[in-house]
Design a protein around this ligand. Structure first.
Ligand code: FES
Length: 253
Protein backbone atom coordinates (compact mmCIF):
# COMPACT_ATOMS: atom_id res chain seq x y z
CA UNK A 1 0.00 0.00 0.00
CA UNK A 2 1.39 3.40 -0.99
CA UNK A 3 2.15 5.75 1.91
CA UNK A 4 1.65 9.41 1.22
CA UNK A 5 3.83 11.95 3.02
CA UNK A 6 1.96 14.70 4.83
CA UNK A 7 2.22 17.99 2.94
CA UNK A 8 4.56 20.60 4.44
CA UNK A 9 2.74 23.13 6.55
CA UNK A 10 2.62 26.73 5.27
CA UNK A 11 5.05 27.69 8.07
CA UNK A 12 7.61 25.05 7.00
CA UNK A 13 7.32 26.16 3.37
CA UNK A 14 7.94 29.74 4.34
CA UNK A 15 10.92 28.88 6.57
CA UNK A 16 12.76 27.25 3.68
CA UNK A 17 12.57 30.32 1.49
CA UNK A 18 12.80 33.20 3.93
CA UNK A 19 15.94 35.39 3.71
CA UNK A 20 17.81 37.20 6.43
CA UNK A 21 16.51 40.76 6.10
CA UNK A 22 19.69 42.26 7.60
CA UNK A 23 22.41 40.76 5.43
CA UNK A 24 23.01 39.34 1.98
CA UNK A 25 26.16 37.55 3.17
CA UNK A 26 26.17 33.76 3.61
CA UNK A 27 24.69 32.95 7.03
CA UNK A 28 27.75 30.93 8.12
CA UNK A 29 30.13 33.86 7.66
CA UNK A 30 29.31 35.84 10.81
CA UNK A 31 29.35 32.82 13.19
CA UNK A 32 32.64 31.67 11.66
CA UNK A 33 34.19 35.08 12.19
CA UNK A 34 32.96 35.10 15.82
CA UNK A 35 34.42 31.66 16.56
CA UNK A 36 37.78 32.39 14.93
CA UNK A 37 38.24 35.88 16.41
CA UNK A 38 37.04 35.09 19.94
CA UNK A 39 38.93 31.79 20.12
CA UNK A 40 42.21 33.35 18.98
CA UNK A 41 41.78 36.21 21.42
CA UNK A 42 41.00 33.81 24.29
CA UNK A 43 44.14 31.77 23.52
CA UNK A 44 46.26 34.91 23.31
CA UNK A 45 44.81 36.24 26.59
CA UNK A 46 45.48 32.93 28.37
CA UNK A 47 49.10 32.96 27.15
CA UNK A 48 49.62 36.53 28.36
CA UNK A 49 47.96 36.05 31.74
CA UNK A 50 49.67 32.77 32.58
CA UNK A 51 53.16 33.27 31.20
CA UNK A 52 54.00 36.95 31.73
CA UNK A 53 54.83 38.17 35.21
CA UNK A 54 53.85 41.74 34.35
CA UNK A 55 53.13 43.97 31.40
CA UNK A 56 55.27 47.07 31.77
CA UNK A 57 57.50 48.41 29.00
CA UNK A 58 58.99 51.81 29.87
CA UNK A 59 56.04 54.13 30.59
CA UNK A 60 53.56 51.72 28.98
CA UNK A 61 51.39 49.29 30.88
CA UNK A 62 49.37 46.55 29.22
CA UNK A 63 45.60 46.57 29.85
CA UNK A 64 45.98 42.90 30.86
CA UNK A 65 48.07 44.02 33.84
CA UNK A 66 46.27 47.14 35.03
CA UNK A 67 46.18 47.93 37.89
CA UNK A 68 49.61 46.53 38.75
CA UNK A 69 49.11 44.25 41.72
CA UNK A 70 52.36 42.67 42.83
CA UNK A 71 51.85 39.68 45.07
CA UNK A 72 54.50 37.16 46.05
CA UNK A 73 53.62 33.82 47.59
CA UNK A 74 56.46 31.77 49.12
CA UNK A 75 58.97 33.70 47.03
CA UNK A 76 57.03 33.11 43.83
CA UNK A 77 55.70 36.24 42.06
CA UNK A 78 52.09 35.69 40.97
CA UNK A 79 51.54 37.09 37.43
CA UNK A 80 49.62 40.37 37.82
CA UNK A 81 47.15 39.41 35.09
CA UNK A 82 45.84 36.58 37.30
CA UNK A 83 44.20 39.11 39.63
CA UNK A 84 42.60 41.11 36.85
CA UNK A 85 41.64 38.95 33.87
CA UNK A 86 38.30 37.88 35.34
CA UNK A 87 36.93 41.43 35.27
CA UNK A 88 36.83 41.93 31.47
CA UNK A 89 36.17 38.22 31.02
CA UNK A 90 32.95 38.29 33.07
CA UNK A 91 31.94 41.67 31.66
CA UNK A 92 32.35 40.64 28.03
CA UNK A 93 31.04 37.12 28.46
CA UNK A 94 27.79 38.39 29.99
CA UNK A 95 27.47 41.42 27.65
CA UNK A 96 24.16 41.39 25.81
CA UNK A 97 25.92 41.65 22.46
CA UNK A 98 28.49 38.92 23.12
CA UNK A 99 25.71 36.61 24.31
CA UNK A 100 24.20 36.89 20.84
CA UNK A 101 27.58 36.35 19.21
CA UNK A 102 28.33 33.30 21.37
CA UNK A 103 24.89 31.78 20.83
CA UNK A 104 25.24 32.23 17.08
CA UNK A 105 28.90 31.40 16.70
CA UNK A 106 29.53 28.55 19.12
CA UNK A 107 26.07 27.09 19.66
CA UNK A 108 24.35 27.84 16.34
CA UNK A 109 21.28 28.56 18.41
CA UNK A 110 20.39 29.78 15.79
CA UNK A 111 23.37 30.75 13.66
CA UNK A 112 21.54 33.60 11.94
CA UNK A 113 18.21 35.33 11.57
CA UNK A 114 15.76 33.36 9.43
CA UNK A 115 17.64 30.06 9.80
CA UNK A 116 15.99 26.99 11.24
CA UNK A 117 17.88 25.00 13.86
CA UNK A 118 17.69 21.38 15.00
CA UNK A 119 15.27 20.57 17.83
CA UNK A 120 16.81 21.22 21.24
CA UNK A 121 15.84 20.78 24.86
CA UNK A 122 13.41 23.05 26.60
CA UNK A 123 14.39 26.69 26.34
CA UNK A 124 14.93 28.06 29.83
CA UNK A 125 16.11 31.52 28.94
CA UNK A 126 18.38 32.79 31.67
CA UNK A 127 16.83 30.81 34.49
CA UNK A 128 18.85 27.63 33.86
CA UNK A 129 22.57 27.31 33.21
CA UNK A 130 22.78 30.83 31.80
CA UNK A 131 21.51 32.43 35.00
CA UNK A 132 25.05 33.75 35.57
CA UNK A 133 24.39 36.27 32.79
CA UNK A 134 22.57 38.28 35.45
CA UNK A 135 26.01 39.12 36.84
CA UNK A 136 26.41 41.63 34.05
CA UNK A 137 25.26 44.72 35.92
CA UNK A 138 27.67 43.91 38.78
CA UNK A 139 30.50 43.32 36.33
CA UNK A 140 29.69 46.75 34.94
CA UNK A 141 30.41 48.40 38.31
CA UNK A 142 33.79 46.68 38.53
CA UNK A 143 34.82 47.40 34.95
CA UNK A 144 34.07 51.10 35.47
CA UNK A 145 36.73 51.12 38.20
CA UNK A 146 39.18 49.28 35.96
CA UNK A 147 38.49 51.72 33.13
CA UNK A 148 39.49 54.50 35.54
CA UNK A 149 42.84 52.76 36.04
CA UNK A 150 43.27 52.47 32.25
CA UNK A 151 42.70 56.20 31.88
CA UNK A 152 45.31 56.81 34.57
CA UNK A 153 47.78 54.52 32.74
CA UNK A 154 47.12 56.22 29.39
CA UNK A 155 47.64 59.72 30.77
CA UNK A 156 50.76 58.85 32.77
CA UNK A 157 52.27 57.14 29.69
CA UNK A 158 52.81 60.67 28.34
CA UNK A 159 55.21 61.28 31.23
CA UNK A 160 58.54 59.41 31.34
CA UNK A 161 61.88 59.96 33.07
CA UNK A 162 60.85 63.36 34.38
CA UNK A 163 59.51 64.86 31.14
CA UNK A 164 56.82 64.81 28.50
CA UNK A 165 56.92 61.68 26.39
CA UNK A 166 55.20 60.95 23.10
CA UNK A 167 55.58 57.55 21.52
CA UNK A 168 53.55 55.07 19.52
CA UNK A 169 52.79 53.22 22.76
CA UNK A 170 51.27 56.30 24.43
CA UNK A 171 49.03 56.94 21.41
CA UNK A 172 47.96 53.29 21.27
CA UNK A 173 47.12 53.31 24.98
CA UNK A 174 45.06 56.47 24.56
CA UNK A 175 43.21 55.03 21.56
CA UNK A 176 42.57 51.84 23.49
CA UNK A 177 41.06 53.49 26.54
CA UNK A 178 38.84 55.69 24.35
CA UNK A 179 37.49 52.60 22.57
CA UNK A 180 37.05 50.71 25.85
CA UNK A 181 35.17 53.68 27.32
CA UNK A 182 32.89 53.79 24.27
CA UNK A 183 32.17 50.11 24.78
CA UNK A 184 31.74 50.20 28.56
CA UNK A 185 29.63 53.37 28.70
CA UNK A 186 27.38 52.21 25.88
CA UNK A 187 26.42 49.17 27.98
CA UNK A 188 22.73 48.24 28.00
CA UNK A 189 22.79 47.82 31.77
CA UNK A 190 24.19 51.34 32.18
CA UNK A 191 21.52 52.69 29.83
CA UNK A 192 18.89 51.03 31.98
CA UNK A 193 20.47 52.46 35.12
CA UNK A 194 20.22 55.95 33.64
CA UNK A 195 16.82 55.75 32.03
CA UNK A 196 15.02 52.65 33.25
CA UNK A 197 12.35 52.16 35.92
CA UNK A 198 10.90 55.66 35.55
CA UNK A 199 7.46 56.73 34.42
CA UNK A 200 8.71 60.12 33.23
CA UNK A 201 12.28 60.02 31.95
CA UNK A 202 12.35 63.61 30.67
CA UNK A 203 11.25 64.90 34.10
CA UNK A 204 14.89 64.65 35.17
CA UNK A 205 17.00 66.61 32.69
CA UNK A 206 20.26 65.18 34.00
CA UNK A 207 19.14 61.58 33.70
CA UNK A 208 17.53 62.20 30.34
CA UNK A 209 20.69 63.76 28.94
CA UNK A 210 22.82 60.96 30.35
CA UNK A 211 20.47 58.38 28.81
CA UNK A 212 20.67 60.12 25.44
CA UNK A 213 24.48 60.20 25.59
CA UNK A 214 24.61 56.51 26.46
CA UNK A 215 22.21 55.79 23.60
CA UNK A 216 24.60 57.39 21.09
CA UNK A 217 27.20 54.79 22.09
CA UNK A 218 24.66 52.03 22.60
CA UNK A 219 23.40 52.00 19.00
CA UNK A 220 26.95 51.04 17.93
CA UNK A 221 27.53 48.69 20.86
CA UNK A 222 28.45 45.74 18.65
CA UNK A 223 31.01 47.83 16.79
CA UNK A 224 32.60 49.11 20.01
CA UNK A 225 32.64 45.59 21.44
CA UNK A 226 34.82 44.38 18.57
CA UNK A 227 36.93 47.51 18.13
CA UNK A 228 37.80 47.64 21.83
CA UNK A 229 38.73 43.97 21.82
CA UNK A 230 41.11 44.50 18.92
CA UNK A 231 42.65 47.64 20.47
CA UNK A 232 43.30 45.70 23.71
CA UNK A 233 44.93 43.00 21.62
CA UNK A 234 46.96 45.49 19.56
CA UNK A 235 48.26 47.59 22.43
CA UNK A 236 49.18 44.52 24.44
CA UNK A 237 51.00 42.99 21.47
CA UNK A 238 52.97 46.20 20.99
CA UNK A 239 53.98 46.22 24.68
CA UNK A 240 54.82 42.48 24.71
CA UNK A 241 57.07 42.91 21.66
CA UNK A 242 58.84 45.66 23.56
CA UNK A 243 59.19 43.53 26.69
CA UNK A 244 60.77 40.62 24.82
CA UNK A 245 63.10 42.98 22.93
CA UNK A 246 61.66 42.66 19.42
CA UNK A 247 61.04 46.41 19.18
CA UNK A 248 63.12 49.10 20.90
CA UNK A 249 61.62 51.77 23.12
CA UNK A 250 61.44 55.03 21.22
CA UNK A 251 59.57 58.31 21.44
CA UNK A 252 59.10 61.38 19.30
CA UNK A 253 59.22 63.77 22.26
FE1 FES B 1 27.41 44.91 26.37
FE2 FES B 1 26.77 45.75 28.87
S1 FES B 1 25.50 45.03 27.34
S2 FES B 1 28.70 45.74 27.87
Amino acid sequence: MAVTQPAASPVETRAATVRNPYSVLPNWLYPTFVVVALSLFALYAAWVVLFFKDGRFGPYLSPFNSPELRVTVAGFAIPTGIWIFWIPLVFRFTCYYYRKAIFRGYLWHPRSCAVTEPPRGKYEGETGFFVFNNLHRFAFYVIVVQTGFLWYDAVTAFWYQGGFHLGLGSLLMLLNVICISAYVFGCHAFRHLAGGARDCLSCSRARYRLWRGITVLNVRHELWAWVSMFTVWGVDLYIRLGIVGVIPHAGWA
